[in-house]
Design a protein around this ligand. Structure first.
Ligand SMILES: [Zn+2]
Length: 201
């Protein structure tokens, strides 16, 4: 899911919806229960449990049941999606679909990016609420995109393992609004900003 900024917002919206439908429409083969770390089932419980990333995110943004698909996407429980996932029009990127907690932080950061005349340094919006495992690999933890609390920007020039093209001031603004930046990780992911302060990990 990628979208060039400041083009047709109607097309963007369609892309966002298409991404959601693609995940929801995939045939789930397994049902898992995602629970906070404090309520991790004992060994006798055979249900798969999300690892650290998922557990901490569940505490902060709500636990939900989900179904997995072979392509690495997941389908969160419909009630959780209805309660938490929202679509809104934000500065710079236009229409996005994210967790309700994420929307206001993202709106704040992007408004500041715009006010700082840095909007022109960003080219594409590449997704926020995209329910999937990290790198779409079911062997890895759930991506924070599953909760809609991470956003990808300028994916084409900010792939894993590169320094990327994110403007340092844009990074600084996002951090001030409580985001962690994937560009700081050992195996960099510079397109990726995620809510971090709320997770304390
Ligand atoms: Zn990401």
């Amino acid at each position: 899911m990628s979208r060039t900024l400041r083009r047709s917002r109607r097309a963007c919206s369609a892309l966002a919806v298409a991404g959601l439908l693609a995940a929801c429409g995939s045939a789930g083969s397994e049902s898992s229960r995602l629970v906070p770390q404090s309520r991790v089932p004992q060994a006798a419980d055979a249900d798969p449990v999300a690892t650290l990333t998922g557990g901490r995110a569940a505490e902060a943004f709500g636990a939900f049941s989900y179904r997995t698909a072979a392509d690495g996407t997941v389908e969160p429980d419909a009630d959780w999606v209805r309660e938490n996932i929202r679509t809104a029009e934000l500065p710079v990127v236009g229409r996005v679909t994210c967790h309700r907690v994420m929307l206001e932080r993202l709106r704040g950061a992007l408004a500041e990016v715009e006010a700082s005349r840095l909007a022109g340094t960003l080219t594409t919006y590449d997704g926020c609420y995209v329910p999937r495992f990290i790198a779409s690999d079911p062997a890895r933890p759930l991506s924070l995109h599953t909760w809609g609390v991470a956003v990808d920007l300028d994916a084409a020039t900010n792939q894993r393992g590169v320094a990327g093209t994110m403007h340092p001031q844009v990074v600084e603004i996002f951090k001030r609004w409580g985001f962690r930046w994937g560009g700081d990780w050992r195996h960099t992911d510079p397109m990726h900003f995620e809510l971090g302060a709320s997770l304390d990990v």
